[in-house]
Every structure is written in C-alpha cells, then in structure tokens.
Design a protein around this ligand. Sequence first.
Ligand code: NAD
Length: 288
Amino acid sequence: MRIGFIGLGNMGGPMAANLAKIHDVIGFDTIATPASLSLTTSAAEAAKDADVVITMLPNGDILRAVAQDIHPAMKAGAIHLDCSTVDVESARAVAAQAKAAGLAAVDAPVSGGIGGATNGTLTFMAGGTPEAFTAVQPLFDIMGQKAVHCGDAGNGQAAKICNNMILGVTMIATSEAFVLADKLGLDRQAMFDVVSTSSGYSWSMNAYCPAPGVGPQSPADNGYQPGFAAELMLKDLNLSQMAAEAADADTPMGQAARDLYAEFVERENGTGKDFSAMLPRFEKRTRP
Ligand code: NAD
C-alpha cells in the first residue's frame, strides 16, 4: 500500500516508522524531519498518489486546513485516515468534505501514548463506513493491538473524549483519596491493596497508580515525567466539555475535572508533568 503520512511529531513519527517497515510511506511535517522516513515538501505532494493518507496533527483547526490542501490532491477512492484527537465537529466536517470529493474518511484517535506508538500497541477507536474501516484495518494491525469500529464519522472522537473524561475524573478521585488516606494515617500500600481489589478500583489506581512506589511502575515512580502530560489531559477535557455543550449533555464531573486540570496546567506549573501529578498537587494543599 502507498501511504502519505502528515504530522510526524511524538506520535506520528513512530507510527509512520512502523508502517514504513511494511508499506511505502511518504511523510510530511512543517517542522519534524525524522531521518528514518522518506519526506516530501508539501502535504499535497505526500497525498497525491497515496491509497491512504494518515494525519496525526495537534488540533481540529490544523486538521481542517490540511484537509483543504490534501483532498483535492488525493486520487479517487483513496482514504483519509485521521488519527489526531480533535473535536467531533471537525471530524464530521472533514469526513463530509472527503465524501464530497469522492474520498472515504475514517476518524481514529488513539489511546496508548508515545510508548504505544513506538511499540505498535495503540488502541484505535474509529468512526466511518464499515467498508473504509475494513480497508484500513491492516494498518491498525501494524500500528496497534486493537481497533474498535464505533460507528459513523466522528464516533471515534466521541469514544475517545468519553473515555478520557472518565480517566481525568478517576485520576483526580484516586489522587484526592490518597491524600485523604494519608491524613487519616492510612499506609499507602494498604490503601492500594484494598482499593485495587475493591469497588473503588480503576485503571488510574490499578495500572497507573499516582502514588510513587505503589502498584506497577508508573510515571509516579519517575518523578511524574509523562507518560500522558497534564496539558494533553486538559486538551481532551476541553474537547469533552465542548462536545457536552453542543449535545446538551449534563457533565458536572467532567467540568470539575477540566477546571482542576486548567488550574494545574495554567497556574500551578503543571505543564510537562504527567497527569497523575494531581496527587502531589493535592498533597500540598489544605481544605479551601
Ligand atoms: P506533536 O506536537 O508532537 O506532533 C504534531 C506534529 O504535527 C508536529 O510535528 C507538527 O510540526 C506537525 N504539524 C503541525 N501543523 C502541521 C501542518 N499544517 N502540516 C504538517 N504537519 C503539521 O503532537 P503528538 O504528541 O504527536 O500528538 C498528535 C495528536 O495525537 C494530537 O491530536 C494529540 O492530542 C494526540 N495524542 C497524543 C498522545 C500523546 O501521548 N502524545 C496520546 C494520544 C493522542
């Protein structure tokens, strides 16, 4: 398969490198120039002979701008596979534009972070027609370990922001519970042993424990180096609140998580720290 890959940053670079082991990949990025890939000088050039064009970009506005550039250049019947995390509305607008141009589109944001991108173990949540999903499934198999077809265009993004809204809320709940436990004189290992096998368990507690030295290895054991950075969690919580507002869904816990991560990132030097650094944040505080 011939693949154009646009956006070769922290995630796109290693994803493209994994695809290039098997397929013919031509990459483009406005800044990044990974040595392991064949590169071109424009997005349209990367897109023009490709069977599938993959985009892995920072946000919906950039995705829309790149889509304007590449759709006219793509060959009839080719597929635009967007793996960025963007707002549902942009994903649906780009899919409609692709359809009007005689192309197919799949939105397939990922979970698994830079480690998953490098090791080819990402999870994809995809929106688009069943035919387009089936056509790109072999690429998901190279870049990841699981792909779920979530329905029509935009549904991949919908699944991603719902998942990450749960993740943001449970990380905060887990962190504040550890701090309460500390103040009540409960040993952190005992707290983990109980909660990780009781009804308070979650991925945040069991797989990615925010307390250093407790549970499996996690960014907490590495000075809260990301991992999954707090500012990326804030991005996703902003997207879920945007979507909730547009869909008139009442999401008070999602809103509270968004506000706490905004405070952490924008006013408390949280940028560049893992999102589990909520625990040391709460540790430093007293009740307002
Ligand atoms: P990144 O900033 O490292 O990479 C984005 C790349 O896009 C950059 O190299 C940038 O130069 C390039 N770019 C920007 N505008 C461009 C344009 N017009 N044309 C071509 N290239 C352009 O970001 P990342 O960490 O690789 O994340 C990419 C996407 O994946 C984001 O939507 C992010 O939310 C999502 N995501 C990231 C992670 C993570 O852990 N980093 C995890 C899951 C999802």
